[in-house]
Every structure is written in structure tokens, then in C-alpha cells.
Design a protein around this ligand. Sequence first.
Ligand code: ST9
Ligand code: ZN
Ligand code: ZN
Length: 342
Amino acid sequence: APDQELKDDLLEGEEEHHDVLEVREINIDIRKIISDLRNLDWSKVVWRNVILFSLLHVYSVYGAYLALFATQWSTLGFSVILYFMAALGITMGAHRLWSHRSFKATLPLRMILALCQTVAFQNDIYEWARDHRVHHKYSETDADPHNARRGFFFSHMGWLMYRKHPHVIEKGSRLDLSDLEQDAVVMFQRKYYVPLVVTTCFVLPAVIPWLGWGEHPLTALMVAGFLRYTIVLHVTWFVNSLAHWVGTKPFDKHIYPSQNPVVAYLTLGEGWHNYHHVFPWDYRAAELGGIINYNMTSLAIKACSKVGLAYDLRTVSPEMIEKRINRTGDPNYVPLYAKTKT
Ligand code: ST9
Ligand code: ZN
Ligand code: ZN
């Protein structure tokens, strides 16, 4: 029955919007992979990145082995702390603050978030936010840096090993980024990005466990450095791949982004991607903040606003959400806040 429902849903959408809505499946079709590889423009592959990502994954597999069999508990705990720091630097900092301006942050909070965002090593805040704004404005077109129409792998990590489509740069350069240019924290981090990222993502994660509790520095580098970095990367990339492919679409059924609880869980609340693309200025990036939506990022923003570090948190009214559900989404969907009220 759920399959039939899904089919009906898709057919219904297809009649009205056959240009946008397609049935997408993640299936491993060897013949398609071979033909895709044949059609690939190899001159656009950035081999330096292919090699670096390959090495990173080799080191991370070794890191996983060490984590299981040869790492001190303190180092594992330290790696988990770094995971949460990097994750919040991305979700709360690069994403909800700097890309979407869904709340305002005082200077001390911006400094902390910039430090955390550097630990994540996902390009400097300016570049991250520029790519993300162009992704929202031109989703699933050539101007989207990780256009999901180009396949699961491309939207996951392939785009980071391939020259950008000229439309990305063309449309991206027309964006208004003056708010980022006026933010001294963002511009400082951009100016000194390379030394900052090497220090915070790799050097300190190796040195702190070594001097702090006598861990072997190479073990610490493999686990708290490379393995932790790789996990945060894949989890982040899942938002662009999985959450643009798999999940329900209660708010707008004509777009790719979907509600994906697994991704939400892993990303501290960033998997409610159908909602987020419809209402990108909502600081919760979901109908609800807090534990119920695995939305640790919202909790963190709220906690910061309680102590005066964050302010002007923006949300969307229930009426507006309901209107949108009826206009473009699934009218049978019962919003979460309505469920929790009763
Ligand atoms: C990484 C980023 O992993 C991941 C981002 C994921 C986003 C996810 C969003 C989901 C929502 C939030 C959820 C978060 C969940 C987190 C959970 C955590 C637990 N506009 O780039 P170049 C111009 S990074 C305007 O070299 P190529 C610009 O003038 C990983 N202009 O293009 C630029 O010069 P500059 C680590 C633009 O040659 C010039 O073009 N980093 C734009 O085609 C050339 O740019 C890496 O691996 C734009 N959008 O190369 C590095 N873009 O900037 C990977 C460019 O100096 N990147 N321009 O003014 C590269 O090596 C290259 O960019 C390339 C393309 C090979 C991909
Ligand atoms: Zn998206
Ligand atoms: Zn976003």
C-alpha cells in the first residue's frame, strides 16, 4: 500500500509538473556507471583533489582500525568533541548564520563559530556561504554547484573534484555578498585560511592528545584528525545527496529536497531539507527545534539567545506553513506543531 500511495503521489505530480518531478531511484546500474564514465569530460577532473580525497580515505580507514584497537578512550572522547565543534561550526555558523542570516550573533559568538567552522575544513566561510546561496537560488540547475540532477555521486562529493560549471561562477558573482564582506571575522578567516585550517583541523588534533594524555601523535592525527574530518565531511555531503534524493515532500512536492530523518539525526537537525528549501530563513531549518526533530543546532542557537550571544531569531508562522502545504505540498500532511499541541 505505501508503494501504491507513493506511485499515486508521483503520478499526480507528474501530470501537473512533469518537467520537474521525476521518479528517482538509487540503484547501482553498472552499465549506466560505465556510460557515465565514458561521457565524462576528463579534462575537467581536478586530479589533485582526487588524489587528496583518496589519501584522506586511506588514512581514515587506518584511523578507524586504530580507533577500534589502539586508541585511548580520552582520544576517542576528544574526537567526539571535535565532531560536535566542527558540526556546529557548519550548521549553526556557515549555514544558519552566515549563509541564511536566520539569526544575528555577537562578536564573541561569531569568533567561536568561525573557529569551529575552521576545524571542519569545508572551505572558508565566505566561499561556503557563496556556494550555498547559489545552491538555494538555482537548485538543480547548472548554476547549482552540487546539482543533484547530475547524479548521487556528483552531488555528494564528485563536485569537489570537477571544474565548476561556468553558470555557477556567473550566477554566483551576481549575488550580494556585502554582508559577508563587512564581517571582519569572516574576512579574517578567509585571509589566513590555510594556516588556520592546517592548525585547527590537523596539527592541534594530533598535538593535544599527545601532550595532554600521552597518546601517540600519529594515532591522534589519524583518529581525531583524518577519521573525524572524513566522517563530518560525508555527513555534511549527505544533505546534498541523500536529502536531495530520498524522503517525503510535505511542503513542496515539486522540488528535490526532502525530509530525511536519518540525515537530520546525523547532522544535528539539517535533514528537514524540504522545509528548509521552502523557508530558508527559519533559524530552526525545520518545523520545530529541539530534541523532537533531532535539532541540536536549534537548541544551541536558542541557548545562545538566552545568554545574549544570539538575537533576532527568525521563524515562520504556522499559518504561513499551512498555506504553503496546501498550495504546493501534501494537503494531508499534519504539521508537527499541530500534533504536539494535542
Ligand atoms: C566541502 C564543502 O566539503 C561542503 C559543502 C557542503 C554544503 C552542504 C549544504 C547543506 C546544508 C547544510 C547542512 C550542514 C550539515 C553539516 C553537518 C555536520 C556534521 N560564486 O572554486 P574554483 C569563482 S569542502 C561566484 O577554483 P574551479 C571565484 O572567482 C572540502 N564565484 O573553480 C573563484 O575565485 P575566488 C574541502 C565563484 O576551478 C573562481 O571562480 N575543500 C563561485 O572550477 C575559481 O573557483 C576542498 O576539497 C561561486 N559560487 O574548481 C576544495 N565559485 O574564490 C574543493 C567559484 O578566489 N574545491 N567562483 O574568488 C576546489 O578544489 C575547487 O573549488 C573545485 C572547482 C575543483 C571544486
Ligand atoms: Zn539543498
Ligand atoms: Zn541552506
